[in-house]
Write a protein of this length. Structure first.
Length: 451
């Protein structure tokens, strides 16, 4: 290996390092346009490059002098060992030259790329580039590595980025959903997870969906529930009619029955009853009789507060059922169920069959279809009434949770509508789209009961 070859190897090494480091500068300098570097910075970079190039030339001259120094045996080519032995400081100088060349390579390639863009891209296009977001830059104006880089552009299959407006909208819906989800978490009480309460929710959903054995039972069940809870009013009305049989009193009872048949709203009904009562009180002489009719009117007011109370009284009169003691018997069947496990209806079948004639009398009054009149159906009705009474307060709290979850579902639907516009096959999905949704676990637990 002669001296010239050694020199060429050193210079080649310097060039490789310069180009290698310079390639990294391509990635860094690609942000010049995107970051709106002004022309003064480019001039300063050019001056630094010139200075570094001058330093490099001086170091190369020193290296050239060292390599051209006379030897005692010109025909003998120096080896690497000879160079190291004769000039140990030469390699330190070489490393310094290589580092300087790398810096020069960075500056040179950066300046070259910048100047090339200025030459090939007109000012109007340059202005447009400055306005583009990093992920919207063309491939040739991207950094080599890092976010939104050329490497990223090539190896993600050239997928498009989700627009910033879509991400902003998604984050708005996400914030709303997470706020609602936090409220739902505070409303989700442990007692809602008991088997008894969940059985009630399931049976209630069957009633509302009006399917299978539960088809056509909702109104009949509600009527029977009102009848049982209003039994004292029905008994008081019945006893008054049986005890006070004067002509004016009987006219009053009949007028009330006529008003019931008109299916008036409760306010109109109460006003007209008051008008009838004032007329009859003028004719009744005894204070006891007057007080009895006034009490009668009060019981009618109590019944009118129940949604189906007046309708039920009208049905009782229409079917000439005046023995309201049967309601007491049904209530007695229900009382022991207060603390019973009611996940099925087996416990109810036997007591119902023992007093089945009572239920047969009630069937037409509560509007139960003939094909549904059997002990099994009455067991289902009483099971639901018992569970509803047991969980009345809990259900009010639960209803608040359900309203919150419905609001959560509305926000979720909006969120998904945005997300579904950008499929993974075509778009690079942002991190926001992958965030966990607060309240999703609670919604999934109760979604069966939302409808």
């Amino acid at each position: 290996m002669n001296t010239n070859l050694a020199k060429m190897l050193v210079i080649a090494s310097v060039s490789v390092v310069g180009l290698t480091v310079g390639e990294g500068s391509l990635a860094k300098s690609s942000d010049l346009i995107a970051q709106n570097k002004d022309i003064e910075e480019l001039k300063q970079l050019d001056q630094e490059k010139r200075k570094q190039q001058e330093d490099l030339n001086k170091k190369l001259e020193v290296l050239d002098k060292i390599n051209k120094s006379p030897t005692e045996n010109p025909s003998k080519s120096p080896t690497l060992a000879d160079i190291a032995e004769e000039s140990p400081s030469n390699w330190l100088l070489t490393l310094a030259i290589m580092g300087g060349s790398g810096v020069a390579g960075i500056a040179g390639l950066s300046l070259f790329r910048t100047v090339l863009i200025h030459l090939l891209v007109n000012k109007e296009e340059q202005a447009k580039l400055l306005k583009l977001a990093a992920h919207e830059q063309p491939w040739w104006n991207r950094p080599l590595l890092g976010p939104n880089s050329l490497f990223d552009f090539v190896f993600t299959g050239k997928k498009a980025y989700v627009p910033d407006d879509a991400i902003t909208l998604y984050k708005t819906y996400l914030g709303e959903l997470n706020s609602i989800g936090a409220i739902a978490k505070s409303q989700d009480l442990e007692k809602f997870n008991s088997q008894d309460f969940l059985s009630f929710l399931k049976i209630r959903s069957y009633f509302l969906k009006d399917e299978g054995d539960y088809e056509g039972l909702k109104e009949s069940t509600d009527l029977l529930d009102v009848a049982i809870k209003s039994k004292n009013s029905f008994l008081a009305i019945d006893q008054t009619e049986l005890r006070y049989q004067g002509r004016k009193q009987q006219e009053f009872y009949q007028n009330v029955a006529n008003l019931l048949g008109q299916e008036l709203d409760k306010e109109s009904f109460i006003i007209k009853v008051q008008e009838q009562l004032e007329l009859v009180l003028l004719e009744v002489k005894s204070e006891e009789g007057k007080q009895a009719l006034q009490n009668y009117q009060e019981e009618l007011k109590i019944l009118s507060e129940a949604e189906l109370g007046l309708k039920l009284l009208s049905l009782f009169k229409a079917y000439n059922l005046s023995d309201f003691n049967i309601l007491i018997r049904v209530s007695e069947i229900l009382d022991p169920l207060e603390k019973s496990v009611l996940t099925d209806t087996k416990e109810l079948i036997i007591p119902i069959m023992k007093d089945y004639q009572i239920f047969e009398k009630l069937a037409p009054i509560i509007g139960l279809p003939k094909n549904k009149v059997n002990p099994k159906i009455f067991a289902i009705i009483l099971q639901y009434i018992a569970l509803q009474d047991r969980h009345r307060d809990s259900y009010r709290e639960y209803a608040n949770l359900i309203r919150t979850l419905k609001d959560w579902k509305n926000a979720y639907d909006s969120l998904i509508l945005v997300r579904e516009q950008y499929h993974t096959e075509e778009y690079k999905i942002p991190a926001e789209f992958k965030e966990q949704l607060v309240g999703e676990e609670i919604y999934n637990k109760y979604k069966f009961y939302l409808d």
